[in-house]
Design a protein around this ligand. Sequence first.
Ligand SMILES: Cc1cc2nc3c(=O)[nH]c(=O)nc-3n(C[C@H](O)[C@H](O)[C@H](O)COP(=O)(O)OP(=O)(O)OC[C@H]3O[C@@H](n4cnc5c(N)ncnc54)[C@H](O)[C@@H]3O)c2cc1C
Length: 384
Amino acid sequence: MQRFNFPVVQPDPALEELRRELQAFLKEEREAGNFRPEPECWMASADPEFSRKMGKRGWIGLTWSSKYGGQDKSALERYIVTEETLRSGAPVGAHWIADRQHAPMLLKHGTEKQKLDILPRIAAGECYFAIGLSEPGAGSDLANVKTKAEKVADGWKINGQKIWSSGAQICHYMVALLRTSPADGRNRHVGLSQIMIDLSLPGVTIKPIVDLSGDAHFNEVYLEDVIVPDDCLLGEEGSGWKQVTGELAMERSGPERFLSSYITLETALWQLSGKMGSDSHARLGKLIASLRTLKGMSWGIANLLKQGVSPDTEAALVKDLGNRLENDLTQQVRAMLNDLPPEDWSPDMRRIMNMGVLRSPPNTLRGGTTEVMRGITARQLGLR
Ligand SMILES: Cc1cc2nc3c(=O)[nH]c(=O)nc-3n(C[C@H](O)[C@H](O)[C@H](O)COP(=O)(O)OP(=O)(O)OC[C@H]3O[C@@H](n4cnc5c(N)ncnc54)[C@H](O)[C@@H]3O)c2cc1C
């Protein structure tokens, strides 16, 4: 049985300086009315203008080389930026996914021309990416993807459909997992590849899906005879499955897996200041202990990323525990607010609580379901 690895990271004063700078910027932007805080902001709240401001300050692309528009900083600095923007519910949804997983993927597998062209635009907060994994018949069973890329002269012809593609309506590219050759008997992991698709190409149709809250932040993406050039194949043909596993570790390991609802708690604490009953104090104590523990685990994962380790199973565990905490947090805060008569709730509290309740159900689905995360954890523990 293997152990989990969550290294303890000592506090670093230089990182706290970065945190203070961010907090000052976010406070200023909020007070100027440039954004209204929202739960699930990294997924459901996108503002290209805000992303460009973050880009100008050097807060996107922190970990990659200045040759490609980055800041040559570590995963720990990036962690501070993601943590503070989530805590404040800022509209970071436009650039989030490109910064988190597609830029590192391009750095690893892209051509020099793509790196020089696309990475500085991502770092400037001007170029956005969508994740093209799920299909109507392939979610948890991802190896069942049916969308095909067929080799043609100088490129690939793509046909099929992706679904739940977050932000595709404002994205410039999608990185899709596609079948480029048949499976090897029962081994369906063989013959899958990752291809970068320019979403403005002929043959791409994006249709929004409306969620429970009335927002339309994810989409169906139809691909009909879409032709992309050869250099859009990322990594090696047939290595898509292995590459996707690494991508999912980046997708699952960050603080968005336990801080997406945090703004609900912070807003409630302002409201309840001096008016909290003893039950609420107990609820708050429990929430703070859980948040502190998850922060330690997630911070440890950032340290593993800094060391170049791919923490697949640690990420699955943090995602499972974090999603459970997030849904619980919204319910606990709702109960704590019983200490106040409803007419005393501020309009902001009402808006944030409504969003928190309506946006929390997908937490345990997106990025891999709870059952799938537990399957990965069980394998690590030698139980399956
Ligand atoms: C808000 C949101 C945003 C998303 N964004 C994206 C995106 O940008 N790009 C993208 O590609 N996808 C995205 N997804 C899709 C997401 O990854 C899938 O919804 C998820 O992987 C589950 O797949 P499914 O919906 O097909 O459910 P299914 O896989 O059909 O699962 C249905 C149920 O069966 C259970 N189940 C399935 N297999 C097993 C098993 N082996 N053992 C035990 N239980 C099992 C699941 O846990 C679940 O409860 C998003 C989803 C949501 C909700």
